[in-house]
Design a binder for this molecule. Structure first.
Ligand SMILES: [Zn+2]
Ligand SMILES: [Zn+2]
Length: 140
């Protein structure tokens, strides 16, 4: 896979050892179609590599996040999920009633960014934002 190779390349360049755990966790994030939780990653990796424990997964994800290789999003109610940084060009609407997560285009919040800059001289970093509310089903 192209992306995981570049992510592992980044790790190596920065002087981090490419342990089997790190490679497998990177691959699990890359393979996920959308967002994956640390627990789901653990289940996947554990099948192939029974020696791994959940705290290694958490630690590795923390490292990958610090290096800018994965994006972490808090979907509320302790639902923290990850995806690779190059799949992060969108935002999310999160329904507080049924828990549905709807992807929206990155450009949707561009106007908000402009307003914040114009009015508050504040340059907002709106990467992969979760907006909470009620979905169309739950509003009925
Ligand atoms: Zn996302
Ligand atoms: Zn809903």
């Amino acid at each position: 896979m192209k992306h995981s190779r570049s992510a592992s390349g980044t790790l190596r360049k920065l002087g981090y050892r490419l342990t089997p755990q790190r490679i497998m966790i990177l691959e699990a994030v890359e393979r996920a179609d959308s967002h994956i939780s640390a627990e789901e990653m653990y289940t996947q990796v554990h099948r192939r590599y029974p020696y791994i424990n959940i705290s290694t997964v958490y630690r590795t994800l923390e490292l990958l996040e610090k290096l800018g290789l994965v994006i972490k999003t808090d979907f509320g109610e302790e639902r923290v999920r990850y995806h690779p940084v190059d799949k992060g060009h969108h935002h999310h609407l999160v329904c507080q009633e049924c828990g549905a997560i709807i992807d929206i285009d990155e450009s949707t919040l561009a106007r908000l960014q402009d307003v914040l800059l114009a009015r508050y001289n504040f340059s907002a970093s709106l990467k992969h934002v979760a907006i909470f509310g009620l979905c169309s089903n739950c509003r009925e």
